[in-house]
Design a protein around this ligand. Structure first.
Ligand code: NAD
Ligand code: UDP
Length: 330
């Protein structure tokens, strides 16, 4: 019998990290969560041990890496509020860049040669054309996107220097929740569109503000590519398998390849919940590109990835199921 492979999952107590731990466990790995719980939740760690620690703490990283001897690091831990990154860039460069450097260094020191990184469509900035391929220029327009691009560059440099390999997964908009409702999206503060529209439908908030109706899009509102969190999770399992079987480093988009407008999302929530969403028309949010839509064909070819959730209503249904259980009206 072969020993169960251990995977160190930083940020595994968060939204996408916890869904990925579930998928890793289903695939036979033991996810070891390394999380400071600055934003995550201990109840979301259900498939392996929780080691509390900060990615900037090298001694603690060494201790945990020596204890478990993981075959790979899957790195979600980061701050991810775009607006906050504009007003407090230091917080983002310290956590996302210095923290990631500390982690990549520790992995190298402890002989862990496989690394999967949560990157983002925010590394592209405002795209010149759609859909966005991996070869599109990366010109981030906020410190959050810049911090993620710097980590991609660090991973490339470490791979060249030490022969390690990495896969950077550039997610578009993560959405939805685990279908059986064990874990879900629970950010505080919440800034993402789908949970906010659900809050407005259920009366947890009085309304939702549409940030801009004057974009050059089919209905004037921003278009995003919403990809289900369980499909993101399955891509991580495939990426891990690819690295462990010797495939080369890669940078891959994860999205559906088509987008939905803010009004599409509101209409979908009304269909799924049967409730009216009170809507307020607001100004554009600074730093929002009109449309971000992926070309995911490279991830599909390299990993054999195929998203299971391709319909917005099905994605919203899973978010609504979680919402009803865990985000009741106050
Ligand atoms: P999240 O806030 O739910 O999870 C992040 C986790 O990292 C939290 O549990 C937090 O406690 C932990 N963490 C943060 N800093 C830490 C540190 N210094 N040391 C240890 N733990 C730390 O966020 P999420 O939405 O699950 O996003 C996960 C990753 O995916 C992030 O790297 C984010 O940038 C990236 N991403 C998210 C989206 C999205 O739509 N949610 C899109 C693109 C990329
Ligand atoms: N959005 C909105 N009202 C809100 C929150 C978001 O109109 O209260 C819009 C936002 O401008 C963007 C889209 O919804 O076009 C998705 O935003 P979110 O913050 O969920 O993700 P982002 O695309 O910023 O990563």
């Amino acid at each position: 019998m072969t020993a169960q492979k251990k995977v160190l999952v930083t940020g595994g107590a968060g939204y996408i990290g916890s869904h990925t731990c579930q998928a890793l466990a289903r695939a036979g790995y033991l996810p070891v969560v390394y999380d400071s719980l600055v934003y995550g939740h201990d109840w979301a760690v259900q498939w392996g041990p929780l080691e509390r620690g900060d990615i900037r703490d090298s001694a603690r990283l060494d201790e945990v890496m020596r204890l478990y001897e993981p075959c790979a690091v899957v790195h979600f831990a980061a701050f991810a509020y775009v607006g906050e990154s504009v007003h407090d860039p230091s917080k983002y460069y310290l956590n996302n860049v210095a923290g990631s450097l500390s982690l990549i260094d520790a992995a190298q020191r402890n002989g862990i040669a496989n690394f999967i990184f949560s990157s983002t469509c925010a590394t592209y900035g405002t795209p010149e054309r759609l859909p966005i391929t991996e070869d599109s220029p990366q010109n981030p327009i906020n410190p959050y996107g810049a911090s993620k691009l710097m980590v991609e560059r660090m991973l490339e440099d470490f791979a060249a220097a030490y022969g390690s390999r990495f896969i950077a997964l550039r997610y578009f908009n993560a959405a939805g929740c685990d279908a059986d409702g064990r874990i879900g999206e629970d950010h505080d503060p919440e800034t993402h569109l789908i949970p906010l529209v659900l809050d407005a439908a259920s009366g947890r908030r009085p309304d939702v503000t549409v940030f801009g109706l004057d974009y050059d899009t089919r209905d004037g509102t921003c278009i995003r590519d919403y990809v289900h969190v369980c499909d993101l999770a399955s891509a991580h399992v495939l990426a891990l398998g690819a690295l462990l079987s010797g495939q080369p480093s890669a940078k891959l988009n994860l999205g559906l390849g088509y987008g939905f407008s803010v009004l599409d999302v509101i209409n979908s929530v009304e269909r799924v919940t049967g409730l009216k969403v009170p809507v307020v028309h607001g100004a554009r949010r600074a730093g929002d590109p009109a449309a971000l839509v992926s070309d995911p064909t490279r991830a599909m070819a390299a990993l054999g990835w195929k998203p299971a959730f391709t319909d917005l209503d099905r994605i919203v249904e899973t978010a609504w199921a979680w919402h009803q259980k865990h985000r009741p009206v106050r």
